[in-house]
Design a protein around this ligand. Structure first.
Ligand SMILES: C[S@@+](CC[C@H](N)C(=O)[O-])C[C@H]1O[C@@H](n2cnc3c(N)ncnc32)[C@H](O)[C@@H]1O
Length: 369
């Protein structure tokens, strides 16, 4: 079994001084994902609990933060998420691509950015109702990029789609000051989040080709560095964590932050990406949609973990008034795990949760099959 080198109380878990440079390092900036880990948390837990050669698992991997850090630290790693967009992002952040082909794609975007009108697709249709969300020139440029990306196939196509997806909301008519995609009452409005800046959706500059080019350039560079550095392999899988065992994989260290009961609706938050990329929504398989299923669902995941894991399980969970964090901790104990350490962290650098959840608990259990 892995060894815990340092007691939790001897280290600072708040990471309050970190800026974007640190939290968005490596491939972590590829795509936003609500309630994602700051990478320093899984990194520290891996350093504390994993021995060389240990496999690291994240059953609720989201956009793959744990997988990126585990692979960077030399561990083979796998993760599951029910959400197809999460899996696409985790794959884009870790999987090898054809760099030459992406380079050529970027050259094409460069040319198209200089003369957008020549490169627009004929159709502006992205999904039913997309005309409301995207101005015609914007929609036709997005369509042109998607059409061209379709020819690439595999991880390379996925990489380009993820780069585009991250920019969709900012290029759409959605209000800039809302996290959830929301259309303004009028094309002209004040963006309350950014100093009451006036916005005019009919006339504002949106060079889709230039924006995607800049994003892909950064991503390509970061992925190259990640692949040079990461000696571990990463396998993000679209799968239900309540059925972990059916994958036939095992691990020595699991690190996760579970979905919170009714805290987010990832499908709505990412609805523009889902619809533009034609992804199937996970619907009820997503844990947290219905309050009364939350604890039974989490109980199933914990039970499955005891069958695939032989080592340590780190559970990073928001402190809630209704004591859900303690209920999940108790499920782990009832499943035969042994609590080896606990710490509390203040959520100063996570904008979304700082509002609803002030503190997070990091519970670490020893778990043997
Ligand atoms: C708090 S987020 C995890 C974020 C992650 N730590 C990261 O850094 O991106 C919880 C995740 O659980 C996923 N999830 C919800 N129900 C699931 C299920 N039944 N099986 C697997 N994943 C699920 C959600 O899609 C979401 O991405």
């Amino acid at each position: 079994m892995a060894r815990q080198a340092v007691k939790h109380r001897d280290v600072d878990w708040d990471f309050a001084d970190l800026g974007m440079k640190e939290t968005q390092a490596s491939t972590h900036f590829f795509h936003h994902w609500t309630a994602k880990f700051i990478p320093q948390i899984p990194r520290r837990l891996i350093e504390m609990y994993a021995r060389p050669g240990d496999v690291v698992l994240d059953p609720f991997m989201g956009c793959g933060t744990t997988l990126v850090e585990a692979a960077r630290l030399g561990h083979d790693t796998w993760g599951t998420d029910i959400n197809p967009l999460a899996v696409k992002i985790a794959r884009a952040k870790t999987a090898g691509i054809r760099h030459k082909v992406v380079g050529e794609f970027i050259e094409w975007l460069d040319e198209a950015a200089g003369r957008p009108e020549r490169h627009l697709a004929r159709s502006r249709h992205l999904f039913d109702g997309s005309d409301e969300w995207f101005r015609e020139d914007v929609a036709r440029a997005i369509k042109a990029i998607l059409n061209r990306a379709r020819r690439l196939g595999g991880n390379t196509r996925n990489f380009v789609e993820v780069g585009l997806s991250d920019l969709l909301k900012g290029m759409s008519n959605a209000r800039m000051d809302r996290t959830m995609p929301t259309l303004p009452d009028s094309p002209r409005y004040r963006d309350k989040k950014h100093y009451h800046r006036p916005v005019d959706n009919d006339t504002r500059e949106v060079n889709v080709f230039a924006r995607v080019r800049a994003q892909l350039r950064r991503m390509e560079h970061a992925l190259r560095e990640f692949r040079d550095e990461a000696t571990g392999s990463a396998a993000p899988v679209q799968h239900d964590a309540r059925r972990l065992c059916s994958l036939g994989r095992t691990a020595q260290v699991a690190i996760t932050s579970p979905p919170y009961w009714s805290a987010q609706n990832y499908q709505k938050l990412h609805s523009l990406s889902f619809r533009t990329l034609g992804l199937k929504e996970p619907g009820r398989a997503e844990i947290g949609r219905r309050a009364h299923d939350y604890l039974p669902d989490m109980g199933s995941v914990v039970e499955q973990l005891t069958q695939v894991l032989d080592g340590y399980f780190a559970l990073v969970i928001g402190e809630s008034q209704d004591g859900i964090h303690e209920a999940v901790r108790d499920q782990c104990l009832s499943a035969g795990m042994r609590l080896v350490d606990t710490s509390t962290r203040r959520l100063s650098n996570q904008a979304f949760f700082a509002k609803a959840v002030k503190r997070e608990l990091v519970y670490v259990f020893a778990c043997s099959r």
